[in-house]
Design a protein around this ligand. Structure first.
Ligand code: FES
Length: 186
């Protein structure tokens, strides 16, 4: 008859003097005995009282003062933004309303022109490298790299700067069916 694996383990443990693998109460003599006057419960509570290691101090993230001139509303906002946070999100968290639409760097609703300072914006797909070099930036995916002063832009103006050259290639094909529908409404 084949030996039970548990029994085999118990025998191996006993052979090495350890006896730590006792199962189902078959070999009570294999467990190490606590020293007299102590108990496993007492030792557990001692462990719980051991002081926890102090957490590593978090590295302080630099913050920057951001000034936004909202030209459409005629107001100026000033707020502080950590260097690793989006400017638009941080403004919203402080109940400051700024223009936006997609919030993913794909449209130009949150576009600003930088008056001073620097913005890091690796996810700004909505504006070309040319426009970035001209000082345009998107607040929804922009991080401040320094104190910053920006002014909001006319969305259509930035959109035209970004895509106007494609529209200027020639006349757009006329959609006769759409034109008929439009005429029928009149
Ligand atoms: S909200 Fe669309 S690009 Fe920022």
């Amino acid at each position: 008859m084949a030996a039970c694996p548990a029994a085999t383990t118990a025998r191996v443990g006993a052979a090495h003097g350890g006896g730590l693998w006792r199962r189902s109460g078959r070999s009570p003599s294999l467990l190490p005995r606590p020293a007299r006057g102590t108990s496993t419960t007492a030792r557990a509570s001692e462990l719980q009282q051991a002081p926890a290691p102090a957490p590593a101090p978090a590295a302080a993230v630099p913050t920057h003062k951001v000034t936004v001139h909202d030209r459409e509303r005629g107001v100026v906002h000033q707020f502080v933004v950590p260097q690793d946070q989006y400017i638009l999100h941080t403004a919203e968290a402080q109940d400051i309303t700024l223009p936006f639409a997609c919030r993913h760097g794909c449209c130009t609703s949150c576009a600003v022109r930088i008056k001073s300072g620097q913005i890091r914006q690796p996810e700004a797909l909505g504006i070309s490298a040319d426009l970035r070099e001209q000082g345009y930036a998107l607040l929804c995916v922009g991080y401040p790299s320094s104190d910053l002063e920006v002014e909001t832009q006319d969305e259509d103006e930035v959109y035209w700067l970004q895509f106007g050259r494609y529209f200027a290639r020639g006349p757009v094909d006329r959609d006769d069916y759409a034109l008929e529908l439009a005429m029928g409404d009149e």
